[in-house]
Design a protein around this ligand. Structure first.
Ligand SMILES: N[C@@H](CCC[C@H](N)C(=O)O)C(=O)O
Length: 259
């Protein structure tokens, strides 16, 4: 079978995106998804995303990690699928789409996509880390010199350790740069390595930083290895609402591949 795909990247977090409105993609074949994401034997990507029909909104996003398993929300993937839908003329400059964690509103202007994320009302604070779910689970620890860290080794230990075990978590190492900017490096579950950016991770770090009084501002800049992201939110008591993730989402190339 010949498969038409597009490859997108958002701050260096890269995805294969496929128009599956015809339901012809073999979505239960983990091996095919894994091979397509393989950087030597396939197209190469951190994840694969299907654009499918929605009965209520513009489209549905279905997300798979590079290991072939369907996973929870992907913030950068969500921004990239908005750019893809716009390139397909499915949407204009605004959209509402469905994803595994619910309905998402987004806007696109040139290659910048601003995506609404879920509201957050539960943040677990521990002595040396913070844990919260922004559509995907995130373990966050603040450090002084994250450039020096072996993210793959440290991240893997936390991802497979207690209390996460097999289900796992994404792991973020964070360094404060200024009042409202932070540098982060993320180990992603399902890629099982460091990626150049993680959107749900950037969102989690911005909210954790506010919760821990590391910033009092409600627009936070997040520097990642692949570029810059911006997270804004409204704090209402213990809740964080109107959470938005903003950053670039760009087409890298399109192609056909036999599967
Ligand atoms: N890259 C993502 C997160 C994708 C999901 C994650 N790997 C998981 O399984 O939790 C993002 O941009 O949010």
């Amino acid at each position: 079978m010949e498969l038409l795909f597009s490859k997108y990247q958002g701050a260096g977090n890269d995805f294969i995106i496929i128009d599956n409105r015809s339901n012809s993609f073999p979505k239960n074949n983990i091996e095919i998804i894994r091979k397509l994401c393989d950087r030597r034997f396939g197209v190469g990507a951190d994840g694969l995303i299907l654009l499918e029909n929605s009965t209520k909104n513009d489209f549905t996003m279905v997300y798979y990690n590079a290991d072939g398993n369907e996973s929870t929300m992907c913030g950068n993937g969500g921004r990239c699928i908005v750019a893809f839908a716009k390139h397909l003329d499915i949407i204009g400059d605004k959209t509402i789409f469905d994803a595994i964690d619910g309905k998402h509103v987004a806007t696109i202007k040139e290659d910048m996509v601003r995506l609404q994320m879920i509201d957050i009302d539960k943040i677990d604070l521990f002595e040396n880390h913070t844990f919260l779910n922004t559509g995907s689970p995130h373990h966050i620890s603040f450090d002084s010199n994250i450039d020096k860290l072996d993210i793959k080794k440290l991240g893997k230990k936390i991802r497979y350790g207690a209390p996460y075990f097999e289900e796992g978590t994404n792991v973020n190492f964070v360094e404060q740069i200024s009042d409202n900017s932070f540098k982060i490096r993320t180990y992603e579950r399902g890629v099982e390595n460091e990626t150049l950016a993680c959107g749900t991770g950037a969102t989690a770090v911005a909210i954790a930083a506010n919760k821990l009084n590391k910033t009092t501002l409600n627009t936070v800049k997040i520097e990642v290895l692949g570029g810059s992201l911006e997270v804004s939110f409204k704090k209402a008591g213990d809740q964080y609402k109107n959470v938005f993730l903003k950053g670039p989402a760009q087409l890298v190339f399109k192609g056909n591949i036999s599967i």
